[in-house]
Ligand binder design. Structure first.
Ligand SMILES: [Zn+2]
Length: 213
């Protein structure tokens, strides 16, 4: 079972104390989705990995709420772009992956790291059965993963993995041609040094695509 516990965070940006839900245990007993989302049995923990300060909107994962220094530029961006948005509506402390991605981007996160944040956001909306929002996040994930691959950020075995994921993202976004292209690139990348399982998965998704493996 997934266990959630209330936990008080102190926002490292504005000092506000707020209560959020923290995942204290989970499991990987559920089915595996074709884009590597592993369902848990019981409550799905994925939305609860993202926390947002309910006062200024600073957002991140558990570790991002450790005391730390921020640049003036970062403070200004949060104050001007995020805070007015969240002040207008009372926000829940969990599941705002768009805000997590913005804060990470403004702090210099790499394209692949940003792609992973958007991918988790897509999974969060999938668990809530919000297909339009899921599609938005899948598209952002594809954009950043593609940028990361082009910049040479994916190295060694990871290269084929990200190419496979891109194939699957485009397939889920309803672009079978781009999907096929990236699945085939993944197969090629495995030949140059990658996990043969990834090539098998890519071949299978070309012939007989499935959302859940
Ligand atoms: Zn704050």
């Amino acid at each position: 079972m997934t266990t959630l516990q209330p936990f008080t965070f102190t926002c490292p940006l504005c000092g506000n104390m707020f209560e959020t839900a923290l995942v204290t245990s989970s499991n990987s007993f559920g089915p595996l989705h074709s884009d590597f989302y592993r369902e848990a049995s019981g409550t799905q923990p994925v939305c609860y990995f993202a926390h947002s300060c309910t006062s200024c909107g600073f957002s991140g994962f558990d570790g991002d709420f450790q005391p730390q220094q921020f640049s003036e530029e970062f403070r200004k961006k949060v104050a001007e772009i995020i805070t007015p948005e969240i002040k207008a509506r009372k926000i829940e402390p969990n599941g705002h992956y768009y805000l997590v991605a913005l804060c990470a981007e403004w702090q210099g996160a790499t394209p692949l790291a940003l792609g992973r944040i958007y991918q988790m956001g897509a999974w969060c909306h999938r668990t809530k059965n919000e297909p339009d929002k899921e599609q938005f996040f899948l598209a952002r994930a594809a954009e950043f993963f593609e940028r990361g691959i082009k910049a040479g950020e994916a190295q060694g075995e990871n290269k084929a993995v990200y190419m496979y994921i891109l194939g699957d993202l485009y397939r889920r976004l309803g672009s079978p041609e781009s999907a096929g292209e990236w699945y085939r690139k993944a197969v090629e990348a495995v030949k140059a040094g990658g996990d043969p399982k990834i090539a098998e998965m890519a071949e299978r998704q070309i012939k007989d695509p499935k959302d859940i493996l």
